[in-house]
Ligand binder design. Structure first.
Ligand code: IPM
Ligand code: MG
Length: 355
């Protein structure tokens, strides 16, 4: 029997509720595969700041580093928005990704079951959409220096820097091609080559790497066009590889194709330890009301089995259970006529029944 150490970081807002359901799924599936789990829960984000003065306390970071995988809920909330940026919940998350060396963020946007009805787009546009957004996660404008707000003359100036080294681009490009190879063999690299030097280099390096992948069809697209094409004709996309900030923005858009941001899971990989988290935020407006959709976090557990424990079958099993559950039950965000509306906790229980 193998034992896996998993650190659970519920974080803020609905993070607590959605991780509680996902942990039940994690436990159920682990039992089915004779896997022993050592779970430890640690504070993270604003909750951690309130407890310790830091959004990523050393103890939490050390626990993550000593784990086989990490499951995170969400971070952030209005009560922490006025803190200095270095102390904000989001900063804790960015530092965690960076400390764990998680340079690749995988965000699969696909439509589960008849969720097509929940999409704001027309059925014929979205039906059959299956996109993998690969977002660079530890570089770009999120981490570039110099940064800050400073006085220049008699006014304040805000500064951020978009910076990518060749090696950073190369490794995420390789990840893009490798993943496209396991999917439908088409890779779209998204940049702003017409304006930004950092992405002129991006396009050059991605093109160089493509020489090693003659079986993959590569195309390049400007980010503004990509945003438009995602809504116009999402089925043209297979795998997308892009920078940190473009990936942040496009993945929220891609998520809505599938009906709800509450459905999109993610895996952050590239280091020794994988981090799994829903793409949605902490949704403080519905916190504590048992209204949240736990499926993105539950599907993130599936991604953990696939990418950290090499158990593709367990991921497929979880996805299947989610599809079966959606046949009848919906949380409010994806509710449509003819289905039964349930809360976060019951959604977790229904998925477990279908496992
Ligand atoms: C995401 C989130 C984060 C990001 C925030 C919470 C820092 O929007 O994971 O997409 O921008 O990376
Ligand atoms: Mg985001």
């Amino acid at each position: 029997m193998t034992t896996k150490k998993i650190t659970i970081l519920p974080g803020d807002g609905i993070g607590q509720e959605v991780t509680a359901q996902a942990v039940k799924v994690l436990q159920t599936v682990a039992n089915q595969y004779d896997m022993n789990l050592e779970l430890q829960e640690k504070p993270m984000g604003g909750t951690a700041y309130d407890l310790t003065g830091s959004p990523l306390p050393d103890e939490t970071l050390q626990a993550c580093k000593n784990s086989d995988a990490v499951l995170l809920g969400a971070v952030g909330g209005p009560q922490w928005e006025s803190l200095d940026i270095s102390l904000r919940p989001e900063k804790g998350l960015l530092r965690l990704r960076s400390e764990l060396g998680l340079y690749a963020n995988l965000r699969p946007a696909q439509i589960y079951g008849d969720l097509v009805e929940a999409s704001t787009l027309k059925r014929e546009v979205v039906e059959g959409t299956d996109i993998m957004v690969i977002r660079e996660l530890t570089g770009g404008i999120y981490f570039g220096e110099p940064r800050g707000v400073e006085m220049r003359g008699n006014e304040r100036v805000g500064v951020n820097t978009l910076v990518y080294s060749e090696s950073e681009i190369r490794r995420i490009a390789i990840m893009g091609f490798e993943i496209a190879r396991k999917r439908f063999k088409k890779l779209t690299s998204v940049d702003k080559h017409n304006v930004l030097e950092a992405t002129i280099l991006w396009r050059e390096v991605v093109t160089e790497v493509s020489k090693d992948y003659p079986d993959i069809a590569l195309n390049h697209m400007y980010v503004d066009n990509a945003a438009m094409q995602l809504i116009r004709d999402p089925k043209q996309f297979d795998t997308i590889v892009t920078t940190n900030m473009f990936g942040d923005i496009l993945s929220d858009g891609a998520a809505m194709l599938t009906g709800s941001l509450g459905m999109l899971p993610s895996a952050s990989i590239g280091g020794k330890i994988g981090l799994y988290e829903p793409v949605h935020g902490s949704a403080p407006d519905i916190q504590g009301q048992d209204l949240a959709n736990p499926l993105a976090t539950i599907l993130s557990v599936g991604m953990m089995f696939r990418y950290s424990f090499d158990l593709t079958e367990a991921d497929e099993k979880i996805q299947k259970a989610v599809v079966t559950t959606l046949d009848q039950y919906r949380t409010g965000d994806i509710m449509t006529k003819g289905k039964t509306q349930i809360g976060c906790r019951e959604m977790g229980e229904r998925v477990i029944e279908n496992l």
